[in-house]
Design a protein around this ligand. Structure first.
Ligand SMILES: [Fe+2]
Length: 348
């Protein structure tokens, strides 16, 4: 399987994995042959790219972390949380807890838990895809930070719900294609508090979940909001979610800017280590989140193009790649004669 930006998709290519809309309904099934209508619709919905299967990439395996069935359930759950009525909260609480147990179990069942793929999301339903992805990425960081299952469940629940306060904000503020006016910005900054109050009022989760939601925009150096907490005053769950939230937001297309490649988002995270983010967590993040996800095309320093086939934790800048032109495999981490080759760019 490999990742292709939407503009490179061609008629009759074979889709590599199921694609869901923001409500968790299947749009296209993996193995389906793409036709011009499919490609037009994917473009219209704002997908940036998808995974496809072809001869070149048949030996490239993708580590999905979350089976399509659970991803679809998670999207559906988040969608109903954001759009549903208050009467249903009690029924949702049970379903949410079951979902989180399954997500954590799924992530833990993976042999080599690493965040190593491009997330597929449609532009229009950003909040739903983003919530689910922040949950998965937070869980990976939590596992690698050394958390046990009960803590991972609190973390995953809080991550899934981190932006729930946005459900009380006006659409034209949430999706503004322009810089926000001062008073609008002020309203936007209320969402952690609104989320906290909503969870405390309607849900019986451990209070750590609501606290993490309240603190997910606090910064390690005390310059975040709403309470300007700093360092270890901020809950560990919120510190992890902050990292996952920024990474996923930067690698997504937003109304006011295009998506950034993971490599650029990771550079930002390194630059903000110790100011926005907890340095201990940044260290974990840099080991276990791929700069060049498996299946993505990269440009090498000798101008050859290749597809990433495997990543090594701790050495995320030097994966194994397969040259597009010749099919030759180069292990940038181990091949002696590849020592002076570097990756200069990710093609997304
Ligand atoms: Fe937020």
């Amino acid at each position: 399987m490999r990742y292709l930006p939407i503009e490179k998709l061609k008629d009759r290519m074979i889709l590599g994995q199921d694609i869901f809309d923001g409500e968790g309904r299947m749009l296209l099934a993996g193995n389906e042959e793409l036709n011009p209508d499919h490609i037009r619709n994917l473009k219209k919905m704002g997908f940036h790219g998808v995974y496809i299967k072809d001869d070149f990439s048949k030996d490239i395996e993708l580590n999905q972390l979350m089976k399509p069935k659970i991803r679809s359930r998670a999207l559906n759950m988040v969608h109903s949380l954001f759009t549903g009525t208050e009467e249903d909260e009690a029924a949702r609480e049970q379903r949410l807890m079951e979902l989180v147990v399954d997500v954590v179990e799924e992530v833990l069942s993976d042999g080599d838990i690493m965040y190593n793929m491009m997330d597929l999301k449609a532009y229009d339903d950003y909040t739903f895809y983003h919530s689910v992805n922040v949950a998965v990425l937070s869980a990976v960081i939590g596992v690698r930070y050394g958390m046990e299952e009960p803590e991972l469940r609190i973390l995953t629940m809080a991550a899934l719900l981190h932006d729930i306060g946005k459900k009380f904000l006006e659409d034209d503020i949430l999706n503004a294609k322009r810089p926000l006016r001062e008073e609008e910005r002020h309203i936007m900054l209320q969402h952690p508090k609104l989320g906290y109050e909503f969870l405390m009022k309607h849900y019986d989760f451990t209070p750590e979940v609501a606290t993490a939601v309240l603190e997910h925009h606090e910064c390690y150096n005390g310059e975040g909001y709403p309470m300007r907490k700093s360092g270890l005053e901020i809950s560990i769950f919120a510190r992890i979610i902050k990292l996952a939230d920024v990474f996923d937001a930067m690698t997504s297309k937003r109304p006011y800017r295009d998506m950034l490649p993971p490599s650029d988002a990771i550079e930002y995270i390194m630059a903000m280590c110790g100011s926005e983010f907890d340095p201990k967590l940044v260290e974990v993040f840099l080991k276990w989140v791929a700069v060049y996800p498996v299946g993505c095309e990269v440009v090498l320093s000798d101008e050859r193009r290749a597809v990433v086939t495997k990543n090594f934790p701790n050495f995320v800048l030097r994966p194994v790649v397969k040259l597009l032109e010749t099919g030759e495999i180069i292990n940038l981490n181990q091949d002696r004669n590849a020592r002076n080759i570097t990756i200069v760019r990710l093609v997304v």
